[in-house]
Design a protein around this ligand. Structure first.
Ligand SMILES: *Cc1c(COP(=O)(O)O)cnc(C)c1O
Length: 482
């Protein structure tokens, strides 16, 4: 248990982190007098170096992170991110370059961006890529804007977007922000898009279908080629949410399935630490017919070298300052190059194996609503534990006592009491077994001592919170318990 005061409370008059040597030249007060200097910063903390270091190190221990232990947050792909990526991204020519530097001074940086665009096109089976969007959700919005621009140019803008009920919440909101009305397509008993339903709903009013594959149940949409055909036959386009590429990378390519536009989450599949609010990167990959609309500028290679082409009359415009989140793209490229084609394929193979190992090991302890085979994640529910009055939140909170980050909860919405688990490829068998043992122990506790779960966590810095008031009225100052 860490009780950490604010740094202001650690302050003592006259304490400093370093002492400068005595001046051996005359003081020139007049230089300082011309500057708009403050006399004092009221309440500015005065602390020694070791106090600063200990304060922030102790605070950092409040956080859970992938470098501490397993983080099986479904849909989020919280894989371990190799430190070599950080090392490369911290090279001065990459980290310290001025974002406004002219292209002829940053040819190497542009080569990195261009090479990554090519790799991502190859991995997804698409023709062209823009690295500008800063997150998955922004990639979705950009993708929908591209579809809208292309349809408007055809003189057939359309008004509707179809989205399965298993979609990530960002999908309907991106379509809505782009000006579309959203209609939900129901999943069938197998947890897949119902092809007959889709066929019926796919009218001439539908601009696009947004589909996540594998979907948020972890189920691969087996009918994907038939789905894209139905949509194309009626003049619509297919957007794929590619945030789940960890299950497919190196094995199959959305472009080959008929997808017209897809976003990737570099901070998930291509290894950048995330979860603290960024920075991320959500590149968009398209088929050639959507290329003219991609955000400007585009990086192009001419005989003289790389140039930034701003002359793009049909472009939806700029969606992000400068080059997107450049260092995230550097880490993605370092990751791809260090793994190579065979390594990339192994990501998906081991991610799927790990998830299925957990699913199989826990299927007697936790209810599975859908029996379909799953890829990189599996969604249990609290149905078995409900009979003892224990809900998914109690299970999630109790996992904290076992030193595991809780899984994603209550999502996807089509599974009541959902516990969505995505171990990723980076967990060892020993860590998976520790997780499975913890989940089994919690199931026993649900039967034998449900109150223990309902008041969990017991070993953490902060106990069970009223989550709504914790979000609305956060108490940021530590107070000794009364
Ligand atoms: C994470 C995720 C998103 C959103 O990505 P952000 O980078 O958080 O905006 C969209 N769809 C799916 C399926 C996701 O898992």
């Amino acid at each position: 248990m860490i009780a950490e005061p604010l740094i202001f409370e650690l302050s003592g008059v006259g304490k400093t982190a370093c002492k400068l040597p005595k001046l051996d030249v005359p003081v020139r007060e007049e230089i300082l007098e011309e500057l708009p200097l403050r006399e004092d910063i009221p309440g500015f903390p005065e602390v020694s170096e070791i106090e600063v270091v200990r304060h922030f190190t102790r605070l950092s221990q409040y956080n859970y992170c992938i470098d501490l232990g397993m983080y099986p947050l479904g849909s989020c792909t919280m894989k371990y991110n190799p430190k070599i990526n950080e090392k490369i991204a911290s090279l001065p020519g990459l980290a310290a370059v001025h974002p406004g530097a002219p292209p002829d001074l940053i040819q190497g940086n542009l080569a990195i961006l261009s090479m990554l665009e090519e790799f991502l096109a190859e991995i997804t089976g698409m023709d062209d890529v823009s690295l500008q969007p800063s997150a998955g959700a922004q990639g979705e919005l950009v993708g929908m804007m591209l579809i809208r621009a292309a349809l408007e140019e055809r003189g057939d803008p359309r008004r509707l977007v179809l989205i399965p009920d298993s979609a990530h919440g960002t999908n309907p909101s991106s379509a809505h922000i782009c000006g579309y009305r959203v209609q939900e397509v129901k999943s069938n008993a197998a947890g897949m898009v119902d092809l007959e339903d889709l066929d019926r709903m796919m009218t001439e009013e539908v601009a696009a279908v947004m589909i996540t594959n594998p979907n948020t149940l972890g189920v691969f949409e087996e009918d994907i080629c038939r789905i894209t055909k139905v949509v194309h036959d009626r003049g619509g386009m297919v957007y794929m949410d590619g945030a789940n590429m960890n299950a497919l990378v190196g094995i199959c390519r959305p472009g080959d399935m008929g997808v017209d536009v897809i976003h990737l989450n570099l901070h998930k599949t291509f290894s950048t630490p995330h979860g603290g609010g960024g920075p991320g990167s959500g590149p968009v990959a398209v088929k050639r017919m959507l290329e003219p609309y991609l955000p400007a500028p585009r990086i192009e290679k001419e005989s003289s070298g790389y140039v930034l082409n701003h002359d793009r009359p049909k472009s939806i415009g700029r969606v992000r300052a400068f080059y997107g989140n450049f260092l995230v793209t550097v880490k993605a490229l370092a990751y791809i190059l260090s793994l190579g084609p065979h390594g990339l394929k192994e990501i998906a193979e081991i991610a799927v194996l790990n998830s299925n190992y957990i699913r199989k090991s826990l299927e007697e302890d936790y209810h599975l609503k859908y029996a379909s085979p799953t890829l990189h994640e599996c969604v249990f529910s609290d149905k078995f534990q409900k009979q003892y009055g224990v809900s998914n939140i109690d299970i999630a909170k109790r996992l904290i006592d076992y030193d595991v980050h809780p899984p994603t909860m209550s999502f996807p919405l089509i599974v009541p009491g959902a516990l969505m688990i995505e171990p990723t490829e980076t967990e060892s068998k020993e860590d998976l077994d520790r997780f499975i043992d913890a989940m089994r122990a919690i199931n026993r506790e649900a039967r034998e001592n449900p109150d223990l779960l309902k008041s969990a966590p017991h070993n953490s810095n902060v106990r069970r919170l009223d989550e709504t008031s914790a979000a609305r009225n956060p108490i940021l100052r530590w107070q000794p318990e009364k």
